[in-house]
Design a protein around this ligand. Structure first.
Ligand code: CP
Ligand code: NVA
Length: 304
């Protein structure tokens, strides 16, 4: 594993190795056991979109690992004035030990990896959000002990979260059901991937998708960069909400998760959100531990 560009690239074994290492690092973090595995290493963090969790968890995680994180706003880099990503990749590779990038196009992340010579971590693109889904899988395994026999259900936009959850959920062995409106389906590459799995289903009915689910996930109706479509999307997604009706269809002990930020009253009701705040904020915490595992695996593989 040289980079973390998308869940499609990871094997089941690599996912489990990341989760196992994340468990170990979480234990060390919680118990105040120092783990300066990346001492002397530097991570550049390029942000072309806003972030709370990704920025703070990567920055803190790198500090806890003994390394140094550099926040690089795209507005301040020459990349924001048109310097090609291919050149940026080759320059930054001379200074840094790794790059985390949050941007729009997946191709930009893939180009960084192709032209640079250091590990690249995808901190969210329009196509996918692998760091979030690794944290989500870590959280599910913490609550349920196993993925075997579990059904994961995603309700809402067939966006970056849907794309990564479908691939991640299927790769670790869960049944995956999705409810999306017709015009907002997951990416074609992801739908192609699901063809190898009998335990994948997609429908227009949130209640049907949620039947006997063990984990229900959702995400905002309008992702970053889609601000001009907000009103149109509110109409298209009306009904694609995690609410009491959906929860009644799921198993009584079903978890509810949300990558955050959440829009209460849109993709999830206030009541369901608050009833499942424990899982949702454990999920947010697990960004830190999962990403520390990813950084160690990529930047100091001998310790992973
Ligand atoms: N879930 C997530 O990636 O949050 P941020 O946009 O705050 O980083
Ligand atoms: N789908 C959302 C996820 C935010 C973490 C977005 O891309 O804005």
């Amino acid at each position: 594993m040289k980079h973390l560009l998308k869940m499609l690239d990871l094997s089941q074994q690599e996912i489990f190795e990341i989760l196992d290492l994340a468990d170990k690092l979480k234990y060390q973090t919680r118990h105040g056991i120092p783990h300066p595995i990346l001492q002397g290493k530097t991570l550049g963090m390029i942000f072309q979109k806003a972030s709370t969790r990704t920025r703070v968890s990567f920055e803190t995680g790198m500090y806890q690992l003994g390394g140094y994180p550099l926040f690089l706003s795209a507005n301040d880099l020459q990349i924001g004035r048109g310097e090609p990503v291919q050149d940026t990749a080759r320059v930054l590779s001379r200074y840094l030990d790794g790059i985390m990038i949050r941007t729009f196009e997946q191709k930009e992340v893939e180009d960084l990896a192709e032209y640079g010579s250091i590990p690249i971590i995808n901190g969210l693109t329009d196509f996918c959000h692998p760091c979030q889904v690794l944290a989500d899988l870590l959280t599910i395994r913490e609550y349920k002990d196993t993925f075997d026999g579990l059904k994961m259900c995603y309700i809402g936009d067939g966006n970056n979260m849907a794309n990564s959850l479908i691939v991640g959920g299927l790769k670790v062995g869960m049944e995956v059901s999705v409810a999306c409106p017709d015009n907002y389906q997951p990416d074609e590459k992801v739908m192609e991937f699901t063809k190898g799995y009998d335990c994948f289903s997609i429908t227009n009915s949130p209640v049907k998708a949620a039947e006997n689910a063990d984990v229900i996930l959702t995400d905002v109706w309008s992702s970053m960069g889609m601000e001009s479509e907000i009103e149109k999307r509110k109409l298209a997604f009306a009904g694609y909400q995690v609410n009491d009706e959906v929860m009644e269809a799921a198993h009584a002990d079903a978890m509810v998760m949300h990558c955050l930020p959440a829009h209460r009253g849109e993709e999830i009701t206030e009541k369901v959100f608050e009833a499942h705040a424990a899982e949702i904020f454990d999920e947010a915490e697990n960004r830190l531990h999962a990403q520390k595992a990813v950084m160690v695996k990529l930047m100091m593989p001998s310790e992973a």
